[in-house]
Design a protein around this ligand. Structure first.
Ligand SMILES: [Zn+2]
Length: 160
């Protein structure tokens, strides 16, 4: 079950027939109200959404349903399109695979500052030598038909 799919029967989440030997776990993770909107906007519109606290002036990316500073609820009216550009907050060269073996070609992972939030993602279409903290970058999305409603709908961020 994908992150944007939902159970159609609430009983699946509340009831377990003890006659069944295995517990019917169908959801591994839910993105929540704001997370779902964040991933839907990536998939359907190629947009990055955050949520802005009117009291504090902070814009969280990805979107959230409460402000970490003042604990105010952030409602649908507070969700904002933050654009698809940010700046490099930090980056590192990744030379090993998840299993610890050498990568055929190193990749560059970065923390990208967008509004008052950070997204961790790949940098692409660039060489390590041309990178620096604070450099502007822009999200490059997969073609719409290939998007699934995940952070991977952004192929990478490319330096401007
Ligand atoms: Zn606040």
């Amino acid at each position: 079950m994908g992150i944007l799919e939902r159970n159609s029967r609430n009983i699946d989440n509340r009831c377990w027939n003890p006659g069944i030997k295995a517990f019917p776990v169908k959801n591994v993770y839910t993105a929540g109200v704001a997370g779902q909107r964040f991933f839907e906007e990536l998939k359907e519109n190629g947009k990055i959404y955050g949520s802005k606290c009117e009291k504090c002036g902070l814009t969280y990316v990805p979107a959230r349903i409460y402000c970490e500073k003042c604990f105010d609820h952030l409602l649908e009216k507070d969700w904002v399109d933050v654009g698809i550009e940010g700046t490099i907050y930090s980056y590192t060269l990744v030379c090993k695979t998840k299993s610890g073996g050498p990568k055929e070609k190193p990749s560059i992972m970065a923390a990208i500052r967008i509004a008052d939030g950070l997204l961790i993602h790949r940098l692409g279409d660039c060489r390590e030598e041309e990178l620096e903290i604070g450099r502007p970058v822009k999200a490059e999305f997969k073609p719409k038909q290939d998007r699934t409603g995940s952070i991977e709908d952004i192929m990478h961020f490319k330096p401007l």
